[in-house]
Design a protein around this ligand. Structure first.
Ligand code: HEM
Length: 498
């Protein structure tokens, strides 16, 4: 590069140059993305059958990583024909490449919430609700500002309201254990999650409205019809083609759930008048705000809790008595010192916080993220770079990003203390459950979950209420139909001394 001996300035520039390239992943050779989509139509069906029945989700990705020696690969993602027009995606399956999906200057987030298909807008009152909007769309800005402002205004309600709901949960669990020797955590948790969300926004117990006690079932049906293309009933092998035909070939029509949705909408419309007034002051039409509120409450919030709370209990219960004893000790000591369950008290519970983050890391409640490349771009993994073309669909399978062995030691092991300590906390930037880094706050101009802090808070309060009441618990778990594990509580042990 230099024909004569470099002078001081040239030498400094040379050093900068060497430093830049030795610390930038852009010095890796640029490669085409490996993998295969197979033949049109048949390739998509082949991958769909492998994903749901022949291999299962994790093995589907793991075998392809092995086959192509890459964590960035071409695959077809379900549902494929005839629900999705194009099932071809570039999958990101490591911690380095995954975060490109958060960069909304590079990826478009229009209509990609569910992946390669977009459910009919009939499910949302004819509107494209916030979660389907790209931040460049004007409506996204007004709706997200509105949501963030409602949440801020409800801040002081979060802890007392959720504790009331949890008291009911533990009464119900104990009743079921005493009558049936075990309690189904999922249905009881769904009931209090719906109650919490409805009461938060409508300031009324849903059972005293026209919804009665049917809220969770109504939302479940509405969610199931929209998300069926991504689910399986896990049938025995000879029924797999029927399962595939029923769930993954044609979308379910809205009319099957129309009367349920109408009841939910009317209940929210009637009881959230103050919030809807506020929406109008943000320039959002009242009915559009209400359909958005039903989606926020039913899909985003209740749907997320439906997946996350059983997962949290599963991992914590299975971690064993030693961790339970440490959690109970921390929680009881801090609550005593602080004189109650307050924001400040929760913030002092270092181990409890770490356990919540570890649950969100090891099994993120929403495992899929999508975005369409806005321009030709280069995406890096640990040791290679790949070119992605404008218009290609990028898909991230989050459990592989947050279980990347190059970032987390023993990633498949649930380590309650993983995020305890200053150094360990730095790893929180690799925890992505909220559709961005745990170290970042949601903003109007991004797609990060505005409920991020609330979700982490609720999970901490669950652990606090659990270990204030009990020393330890036991569960049995199996694969659920949707994203949630099916969790049955088989025993709860009360403290022998207080
Ligand atoms: C355990 C519960 C929750 C989980 C796991 C969860 C997860 C997520 C994820 C992964 C996204 C991004 C989806 C994507 O674009 O790929 C998201 C977006 C969103 N979440 Fe949550 N969420 C939860 C609770 C909540 C709550 C309590 C609220 C509000 C009360 C909420 C409101 C939203 C909204 C409005 C969006 C769309 C954001 C945007 O378009 O910019 N979520 N959530």
């Amino acid at each position: 590069m230099y024909t004569t001996k470099p002078n001081k300035l040239q030498f400094r520039q040379l050093l900068k140059y060497v430093f830049f390239f030795s610390h930038s992943s852009s010095n890796f050779p640029l490669k085409p993305v490996p993998g295969s989509y197979g033949l049109p139509f048949f390739g998509a069906i082949r991958d769909r059958l492998d994903y749901f029945y022949n291999q299962g989700r994790d093995e589907f990705f793991a075998t392809r990583i092995q086959k192509y020696h890459s964590t960035i690969i071409k695959i077809n993602m379900p549902p494929g024909p005839f629900i999705a027009q194009n099932s071809r995606v570039i999958a990101l399956l490591d911690a380095v490449s995954f975060p490109v999906l958060f960069d909304t200057s590079k990826v478009e987030k229009r209509n990609v919430l569910d992946g390669t298909f977009f459910p009919s807008v009939s499910f949302t009152g004819g509107y494209r609700v916030c979660a389907y909007l790209d931040p460049s769309e004007r409506n996204h800005t007004s709706l997200k500002t509105f949501f963030l402002s409602i949440l801020a205004s409800k801040h002081s309600t979060f802890i007392p309201l959720f504790r009331t709901c949890l008291s009911q949960l533990f009464i119900d669990i104990e009743d079921e254990i005493s009558s049936q020797k075990k309690a189904s955590f999922n249905s009881l948790s769904d009931a209090i999650s719906f109650s919490f969300v409805f009461r938060l926004f409508c300031e009324k117990d849903p059972s005293t409205t026209k919804i009665g006690s049917k809220g969770p079932k109504m939302v479940d049906k509405w969610l199931a019809l929209q998300l069926a293309p991504l689910a399986t009933l896990n049938p025995s092998s000879f029924l797999k083609y029927l399962d595939d035909l029923l769930l993954h070939t044609f979308p379910f029509p809205f009319f099957l759930v129309k009367s349920n949705y109408k009841k939910l909408y009317e209940a929210f419309y009637e009881h959230s008048a103050r919030i809807l007034d506020k929406a109008e002051s943000f320039g959002i039409k009242r009915d559009e705000a209400c359909h958005n509120l039903v989606f926020l409450a039913g899909f985003n919030a209740y749907g997320g809790m439906k997946s996350f709370f059983p997962t949290l209990i599963k991992w914590v219960a299975q971690a064993g008595e030693n961790l339970h004893t440490q959690l109970a000790h921390e929680i009881r000591t801090v609550v005593k010192q602080e004189g109650g369950v307050t924001f400040q008290a929760l913030d002092k519970m270092i181990l409890t916080k770490s356990v919540v983050y570890e649950s969100l890391r090891i099994e993120p409640p929403v495992p899929f993220q999508y975005g369409k490349a806005k321009e030709d771009m280069v995406v890096h993994r640990h040791d290679a770079s790949y070119e992605i073309k404008k218009g290609e669909m990028i898909f991230g399978y989050q459990p592989f990003a947050t279980n990347d062995p190059k970032v987390f030691h023993n990633p498949r092991e649930f380590v309650g203390h993983r995020f305890v300590g200053e150094e360990a906390e730095k790893l929180l930037k690799y925890v992505h459950w909220s559709n961005d880094r745990e170290t970042k706050d949601p903003m109007v101009e991004d797609k990060q979950c505005p409920g991020k802090d609330l979700v982490v808070l609720l999970a901490r309060v669950i652990l606090v209420e659990l270990f204030l009441r009990y020393d330890t618990l036991r569960v049995e778990t199996k694969k659920g139909i949707g994203l949630a594990s099916s969790v049955t509580i088989t025993s709860l042990t009360k403290p022998t001394s207080t």
